[in-house]
Design a protein around this ligand. Structure first.
Ligand code: ZN
Length: 282
């Protein structure tokens, strides 16, 4: 269901600025007309129309007719372990688990792993306990909740964070929530990248500060906002040169060491492609 979103869910402000009005990417090839609205008080950005939950259930978001992007997902999700504490002795819930890649690795260490995935076609292939929605998961069961690149898709990110809080164990359960970063260097400098980056399925766009505010609105304590960047200088330069995703291509002039240094530079300055908020249920 597409509906008009009214007011700001973080600060209650009813004054928006339209910062973009035009085509936004939908699916693999298509485009659709959308406006990007920015709260004039807190800076939270959103689309003027929702991409609804039922589209994930119906498999409209994941295209089951082409090859599953298992390898791509696997690389990305394994990278998140670099930013997480140990999973040992913990019940871990992965919200928006997709094909279950993260749980494949988490399952070796954690006491128990649980997935949340609305797409039934994906869910039936995941060899772990899964629920369609976070609302279906029992309360107070998880020492750790992770959610990678999901909060930007939901209809209400504050309610989503409240549900994560409900699932966490009291007095110390921790969640790690990842989303694209509005302060990402390429978002700031490349018009072509911005066009690629904004998607009709992403209802919400966060700065590190607005992501933290969202968690506080849900009653979670924010311990940290962690910059997460995976790709190197080669990727940035190819984007600037070609104006399209370089995929796995590399510039031969750029060494792996330089890629690592660039990754460190972007993370040190919060200009990473993603941000991870670490929150605690007290
Ligand atoms: Zn606001």
């Amino acid at each position: 269901m597409e509906g008009l979103i009214m007011g700001c869910i973080l600060c209650g402000c009813t004054t928006d600025n339209i910062i973009y009005d035009g085509e936004i990417r939908i699916g693999k090839q298509g485009v659709v007309d959308r406006k990007v609205l920015k709260c004039s008080n807190c800076g939270l950005e959103r689309l003027d129309k929702f991409y609804g939950a039922e589209k994930y259930e119906e498999g409209e978001y994941h295209d089951h007719t082409r090859n599953p992007e298992f390898e791509v997902q696997d690389k990305e999700q394994r990278h998140y372990f670099n930013y997480l504490p140990s999973l040992r002795h913990k019940t871990v819930v992965d919200v928006g688990t997709g094909m279950g890649n993260f749980l494949d690795y988490a399952g070796f260490v954690a006491k128990n792993v649980i997935g949340v995935e609305p797409d039934e076609n994906l869910r039936k292939h995941i060899p772990y306990r899964t629920y369609p929605y976070i609302e279906d998961v029992p309360s107070n069961i998880a020492e750790m909740v992770v959610s990678f690149n999901v909060i930007e898709h939901v209809e209400d990110p504050v309610k989503f964070a409240e549900e994560i809080k409900r699932v966490l164990t009291p007095y110390g359960g921790r969640a790690y929530i990842v989303t694209p970063n509005l302060d990402c260097l390429l978002v700031g400098v490349s018009e072509e990248y911005r066009k690629f980056w904004r998607r009709a399925a992403h209802n919400w766009y966060f700065y590190p500060r607005t992501l933290a505010d969202c968690m506080r609105c849900a009653g979670l304590r924010v311990e940290n906002v962690i910059p997460v960047h995976r790709r190197g200088l080669s990727n940035t330069l190819l984007w600037l040169r070609d104006g399209k995703p370089p995929d796995d291509r590399r510039l031969p002039q750029i060494s792996r060491g330089m890629d690592n240094a660039w990754r460190g530079y972007l993370e040190d300055n919060m200009m990473s492609e993603r941000i991870m908020v670490e929150v605690v249920k007290d």
